[in-house]
Design a protein around this ligand. Structure first.
Ligand code: GLN
Length: 537
């Protein structure tokens, strides 16, 4: 057995307490003490992956280098830890069952009755230990999605119980995240919901070693004592997680509370000097901006906080590195038209046209691109946003009135965005999208080339349709340059308008690779250009 230690993070009382942020913050503190750590998320829903989930249901779908469509918490892990995650870091009930059923069909179980215990729990356990067995990590943090007590969480909690029993208390532990609500009528913080959720966990044979209590008010020593006594944990293992100004404060708040020390102590590991210099520098810049700009984010899910999560976080990283406060104004593309675009973009210093699928809100996006192109407002088109820039150019500059994407109009006469021959191979192989990391060569002297300071880059993709190469000569000749091309397939990945101060469209998703330590160069440059535009007004 490897020496890897396992930390399981469960949630109680209610969902949306921010288990992902707590897990990522703890991982950050352990990483800053030179422990090799990774995080994985187990989601109890039956979808095989979140790729098909509507953003209304589950927020943004995060994409890893190896092309896994995952839960947005993996984005937090990457942004906090500055390490890449993979398919192995996100497992759902659907995937677990799919794999068990495939094994059953192949006769792997030798005619035995296939059951939740032990077959499903064994599959879960195997996957929980997969990264640990690679020998690459000292500590694996496993976040269990959902709330303890949910029917669908039961096999996961049982798998955790079995693993703790197998590994022993010094090698595996549980952190339980709960809510300590404040009842204003009584003027008191209440511990009962936490007591009940710890009890529910115990009914499944799992003891919480650490309680992390989400709260809006400071938890007194008396309440800590009470929680410790009734929930069977040491008093120093009752950790307060008070509402923070930004998620990036949470690692430091957890450090103050001693979460890392309790965890290391429980796992019989030593506490080491902690290096969070760059993290603190980032926070210092983020909280003390010298100037302010307003970015318009044009999309169709703008009313939802989580659907453009990685873009919003990338703007925070790049804002801090420019020492600028980036205020994001969400603009609904469905309610945007040529007649009100100038009014709606009046105070905006830069525009991002967001990724998306389907034709809802498309015309609003095209009208916005036209406006920012003609008025020389910095423009950053991401995935669908880049495709909209190509369509806008074809229609309004080249005069191809029928230009469109075949996603919006399969019969379209001028399909400037289409499915390419190279792409059809992927479709035939059963996949329907270009996913994960692909290389791209940048044209020297282009804005993108300058921003990255590199000739060749690798970025993550998640789309079905492509820039149609048949129109490339005409598009380039009329002023929209292809400045990034996939060296293997020849597919155009980046377009730029050289007659505009900052007009860039990328077929890939740069937002998936922006981290606190490495803010994405294109976002950094876009914020810089928007600041310049702000000054020029
Ligand atoms: N709907 C477009 C496509 O499939 C763009 C996807 C996206 O923006 N992620 O190509």
């Amino acid at each position: 057995m490897s020496n890897t230690k396992y930390i399981f993070v469960t949630g109680g009382v209610t969902s949306s307490l921010g288990k992902g942020i707590i897990a990522a913050s703890l991982a950050k503190l352990l990483q800053a003490q030179k422990y090799r750590v990774t995080i994985q998320k187990f989601d109890p829903y039956i979808n095989v992956d979140p790729g098909t989930l509507n953003p209304y249901e589950h927020g943004e779908c995060f994409v890893t280098d190896d092309g896994a469509e995952t839960d947005l918490d993996l984005g937090h892990y990457e942004r906090f830890l500055n390490v890449s995650t993979s398919q192995a870091n996100n497992v759902t009930t659907g995937r677990v069952y799919q794999s068990v059923i495939e094994k059953e069909r192949k006769g792997v179980f030798l005619g035995k009755t296939v059951q939740v215990v032990p077959h499903i729990t064994n599959e879960i356990k195997e996957r929980m230990c997969l990264l640990g067995e690679s020998g690459e990590y000292d500590i694996i943090i496993t976040e269990i999605g959902g709330t303890v007590g949910d029917i669908e969480s039961l096999p996961y909690v049982e798998a955790v119980r079995q693993l703790i029993w197998e590994f022993g208390d010094e090698n595996a532990m549980v952190i339980h995240l709960t809510l300590v609500p404040f009842l204003s009528a009584a003027g008191e913080l209440k511990t009962k919901p936490t007591q009940h959720s710890v009890k529910t966990l115990m009914e499944s044979g799992v003891k919480a070693n650490v309680l992390v209590c989400r709260t809006e008010h400071h938890i007194s020593d008396e309440i800590r004592r009470k929680l410790a006594l009734f929930c069977n944990v040491k008093q120093e293992a009752v950790i307060q997680s008070i509402d923070a100004e930004t998620i990036y404060d949470v690692p430091l708040l957890m450090l103050n509370e001693g979460l890392d020390k309790v965890v290391l102590n429980t796992l019989n590991l030593e506490s080491k000097p902690i290096d969070l210099v760059y993290w603190k520098e980032f926070l210092q810049k983020h909280k003390n901006p010298k100037q302010q700009i307003k970015i318009g984010l044009i999309g169709k899910y703008v009313e939802l906080q989580d659907s453009y999560k990685s873009i919003l976080e990338s703007l925070i990283h790049s804002g801090a590195s420019n020492e600028v406060k980036v205020v994001v104004e969400s603009i609904h593309s469905e309610f945007l038209s040529a007649s009100d675009v100038s009014e709606k973009l009046k105070n905006i210093d830069g525009v991002i046209v967001a990724p998306g699928f389907g034709d809802r809100g498309i015309q609003g996006k095209i009208d916005a691109v036209r406006y920012v192109r003609e008025n020389k407002i910095p423009f950053f088109g991401i995935c669908l946003g880049m495709q909209m820039a190509v369509i806008e150019h074809a229609r309004n500059v080249m005069g191809l009135k029928n230009a469109n994407s075949i996603e919006m109009d399969p019969e379209c006469l001028e399909p400037v965005i289409s499915i390419m021959e190279n792409q059809k191979v992927i479709t035939e192989m059963g996949g329907t999208m270009r996913l994960g990391s692909w290389d791209c060569d940048l044209v020297s002297g282009s804005l993108t080339h300058e921003a990255y300071g590199q000739n060749s880059i690798s970025e993550r993709h998640r789309h079905r349709y492509e820039y149609n190469d048949h129109y490339r000569e005409e598009i380039e000749a009329s002023g929209l340059r292809a400045t990034g091309v996939n060296p293997k397939t020849g597919l155009v990945e980046v377009v730029e308008n050289p007659n505009h101060p900052w007009f860039v469209g990328v077929q890939y998703h740069p937002e998936y690779k922006s981290t606190v330590l490495n803010p994405h160069p294109l976002f950094v440059d876009f914020v810089k250009a928007s600041l310049k535009y702000n000054h020029s007004k």
